[in-house]
Write a new protein. Structure first.
Length: 196
């Protein structure tokens, strides 16, 4: 079974994260931010990942470091769990509705980090979570995971729905791209023979 355990300890955050892309266990998410807990729980559920996150961050400042560093840890976990990425499908995309919101997400588990993020979130906060931090999460993730990720808001007027749609779509595309292609399970999905 593919899995990873990541620990990150800085002056700003102390994080322990475990991930199995093939898992079926219920997620256990404790970030110190209720909205981020909700988003990561949705991500794990829609990706069918076993995910555990325990974070103690400098939330007395805000949720920036917590959100960014969890994104980094999750990206590192995927990179470690997938190894040389042998047998994965590599590509995936979805257009996901969340009530009035419509989100496009596409991924290439390529070994190269790139984020294309287009969103017009109408409010600065959802609860006490700064909505601009959604982009920071995905930036941290793509850099650490070394994947190409496109997220685009195609419609939406409710900030909660827009971000929720992003995390659900993100879970779905990661699950599909990281799943094993049984017809090519011993092959690295690149003509170069490696993904970089």
């Amino acid at each position: 079974m593919r899995e990873a355990i990541i620990e990150r300890n800085t002056a700003e955050t102390q994080i322990k994260l475990t991930l199995s892309p093939d898992g079926t266990k219920a997620s256990s998410i404790h970030t110190g931010c209720g909205f981020l807990d909700h988003m990561l729980t949705l991500f794990a559920r829609h990706g069918n990942f076993s995910l555990s996150v325990d974070c103690k961050g400098d939330t007395c400042v805000d949720y920036h470091h917590t959100t960014e560093d969890i994104g980094i840890c999750l990206g590192e976990a995927f990179a470690e769990a997938l190894g040389d990425m042998r047998g994965i499908k590599r590509y995936a995309h979805i257009i996901l509705p969340m009530d009035e919101a419509l989100i496009l997400a596409a991924v290439d588990v390529s070994g190269r980090s790139y984020l294309a993020y287009e969103a017009d979130i109408p409010t600065e906060k959802v609860g006490d979570f700064d909505t601009e931090l959604a982009e920071e999460f995905f930036l941290g993730f793509t850099r650490a995971a070394r994947i190409t990720l496109h997220i685009r808001q195609m419609a939406g007027t409710n900030s909660h729905h827009i971000i929720e749609g992003m995390f659900k779509a993100f879970g779905r595309v990661m699950a599909q791209a990281c799943s094993i292609d049984e017809s090519r399970k011993n092959e690295i999905p690149s003509t170069k023979g490696m993904l970089v």
